[in-house]
Design a protein around this ligand. Structure first.
Ligand code: SF4
Length: 443
C-alpha cells in the first residue's frame, strides 16, 4: 500500500482565508485579485498549472509520455502513481550498465528503487556516471558491506524511546511520519526502514499516536522535525492533521519539515499545500538537494512559492563522491539556491551505511570543499560541514582550521587567500598594555 495516496484536502482558498489566525500570519496570506490568487509580492500562486518546463523535461515527455496531458504531468498524484519502479520500465528508457542491470534485477535488494517520471527526465539516458543518475539508480556496489559500515550507523534505533521518535538532543526530536518517499536516494541513512510499504494502517496509527503522546509528555521538547521518509508525500489531510496535533502541544515552539519533494516532485508544492502549511507557523523546511541540475525551473517555482508563504528554507546536501565533490559544482548549487531564497545549511559527510562506500569521500575532501567556498562567496552561501557521529554522537561541525599558532597574547591566523594575520587574543574583559604592540592599537 502506498500511504501517501489519499484524498486531496477539500479546503478552499476562502475557507483558509476565513480561518481565525493571528494577525501577523494573516497579513502575509495571498489575496484574490481578478479571480486569481496572488501572493503578497505579486507572484502568482494560482492553482492552474503554470509550469515553465525545463528543456530536459520537454524532450523526455515528448519521447516517453506523448499522450500525457499537461494537467496529468503537473499533477503530483499522477507523478507518484506513475513512478518508475521496475527494471523493465527503466530498461526501455535508459541504456543500463551491467552493474545497474544486475542490481535492478537482483533479488537481494533491501532498499527499493523508485523515481518519479519528472526526476527521471533529469537523468542522462546513456551515461551511468551522470551525477543524478548515480543517486537514484542502484548498482551492485550497494551489496558490499565495507569497513565501518552498518545498517544503522547513527544508532537511531537505540535512541528511539517509542516507535516513530528519535530523541538524540535534549530539546528536539525527529518524528518519522511516513516510511514513504516519491524517489529513493541510494545513500539514504534510513534505508533500513524507508521504503517499507508494508506497515499496516492499524500499527501506523498506533505508532503516530504513541509518538504524539511522547512529545506531549516531554516539556523539554521545543522543536519537532517531521521526517521519514518524506512528510510532503502525505496528502494534505493527513499532513494537516499531524501539524495540528503537534502545534496544539503547548511547549512545541518550532515545527520543521525535512523533505526532498521540491526537487524530485515539485508538482506537490500546490497552492492548497502552502495555504495549509502557513497556518502552522513558525514552520521551517529543510530541503535535501544534491546537485545544481536539480534546480530546474519547476524546482525554482516550488521554492519561490514556499518562500512566499513565509517558510524559512534551508538546504541539506550529502557530499557524494563523483556527484558533487567539486567546488565549482557546490558553488553553483549554493548560488542557485540563494537565488530562490534557500539558505545552504548543512553539507553532510556521507554516513557509513551498508553499501555506501562508492559514495563516500574523505573528510579532507569535505574540508577542502568548505575552504574553497569560505571567502570566495557570500557567507550565507557557505553551509556548515558536519559529520553525524557514528554511535549516536550527533552532528559534529568540521571547519578548515584557520588558527596557525599562538605567540604571547597574539593569535596567528591564516585567511582564505593564505595570508597571515594576527589577532590580540587577550579577551578577558580587562584592559592591559602588556600586549599592545600593533600599530594603531597601542595607547
Ligand atoms: S528523500 Fe530522504 S528519506 Fe527519502 S530516500 Fe532520500 S534521503 Fe532517504
Amino acid at each position: 500500500m502506498k500511504p501517501c495516496v489519499g484524498q486531496e484536502h477539500p479546503v478552499s482558498v476562502n475557507d483558509v482565508l476565513q480561518r481565525k489566525d493571528n494577525a501577523l500570519h494573516r497579513s502575509a496570506l495571498p489575496v484574490r485579485k481578478n479571480g486569481r490568487i496572488r501572493s503578497v509580492n505579486g507572484t502568482s500562486v494560482s492553482g492552474a498549472a503554470r509550469y515553465s518546463e525545463s528543456p530536459e523535461v520537454v524532450g523526455f515527455r515528448k519521447k516517453w509520455y506523448p499522450d500525457i496531458t499537461n494537467a496529468q504531468w503537473n499533477s503530483w498524484r499522477w507523478q507518484v502513481t506513475h513512478r518508475l519502479e521496475s527494471a523493465a520500465q527503466l530498461e526501455k528508457m535508459f541504456r543500463l550498465s551491467h552493474s545497474e542491470h544486475d542490481a535492478l534485477y537482483s533479488e537481494d535488494n533491501v532498499f527499493p528503487f523508485a523515481v518519479t517520471p519528472y526526476y527521471a527526465s533529469l537523468l542522462h539516458p546513456d551515461d551511468p556516471d551522470d551525477p543524478l543518475r548515480r543517486t537514484v539508480i542502484p548498482v551492485m556496489k550497494e551489496h558490499v558491506r565495507s569497513f565501518g559500515e552498518a545498517d544503522d550507523p547513527l544508532c537511531e534505533d537505540a535512541m528511539s524511546p517509542v516507535p516513530g521518535i528519535i530523541h538524540r538532543y535534549p530539546d528536539r526530536v525527529l518524528f518519522l511520519v511516513t516510511p514513504w518517499c516519491s524517489t529513493y536516494c541510494r545513500y539514504c541513512t534510513r534505508s533500513r526502514m524507508v521504503g517499507n510499504h508494508k506497515i499496516a494502517l492499524k500499527s501506523y496509527k498506533k505508532r503516530i499516536s504513541g509518538a504524539l503522546t511522547y512529545i506531549a509528555s516531554n516539556p523539554a521538547i521545543r522543536d519537532v522535525l517531521l521526517s521519514g521518509g518524506d512528510p510532503l508525500t502525505l496528502d494534505n489531510i493527513r499532513l494537516e492533521w499531524l501539524l495540528r496535533e503537534v502545534r496544539n502541544i503547548p511547549h512545541v515552539e518550532v515545527i520543521r519539515i525535512g523533505t526532498k519533494v521540491p526537487v524530485v516532485l515539485p508538482q506537490r508544492i500546490t497552492d492548497d499545500l502552502v495555504m495549509m502549511l502557513r497556518q502552522y507557523h513558525p514552520l521551517w523546511m529543510s530541503v535535501h538537494v544534491t546537485h545544481p541540475k536539480e534546480i530546474t525551473s519547476e524546482a525554482q517555482r516550488a521554492f519561490n512559492v514556499l518562500a512566499d508563504a513565509g517558510i524559512p528554507l534551508g538546504s541539506q546536501t550529502v557530499l557524494l563522491s563523483g556527484v558533487n565533490d567539486d567546488s565549482a559544482i557546490l558553488r553553483d548549487l549554493y548560488h542557485r539556491l540563494m537565488r530562490v531564497r534557500v539558505k545552504p545549511y548543512y553539507l553532510y559527510q556521507c554516513d557509513p551505511i551498508t553499501g555506501s562506500a562508492h559514495f563516500r569521500t574523505s573528510v579532507e575532501k569535505g574540508v577542502e570543499m568548505i575552504a574553497s567556498l569560505q571567502g570566495h562567496t557570500s557567507g550565507y552561501a557557505v553551509p556548515r560541514y558536519v559529520i553525524d557521529a557514528p554511535g549516536g554522537g550527533g552532528k559534529i561541525p568540521i571547519e578548515p582550521d584557520r588558527r596557525v599558532s599562538r605567540s604571547g597574547g597574539m593569535l596567528e591566523l591564516v585567511n582564505y587567500e593564505g595570508g597571515n594575520f594576527s589577532y590580540p587574543d587577550t579577551g578577558n574583559g580587562v584592559p592591559s598594555r602588556n600586549h599592545a604592540t600593533m600599530d594603531g592599537w597601542s595607547r
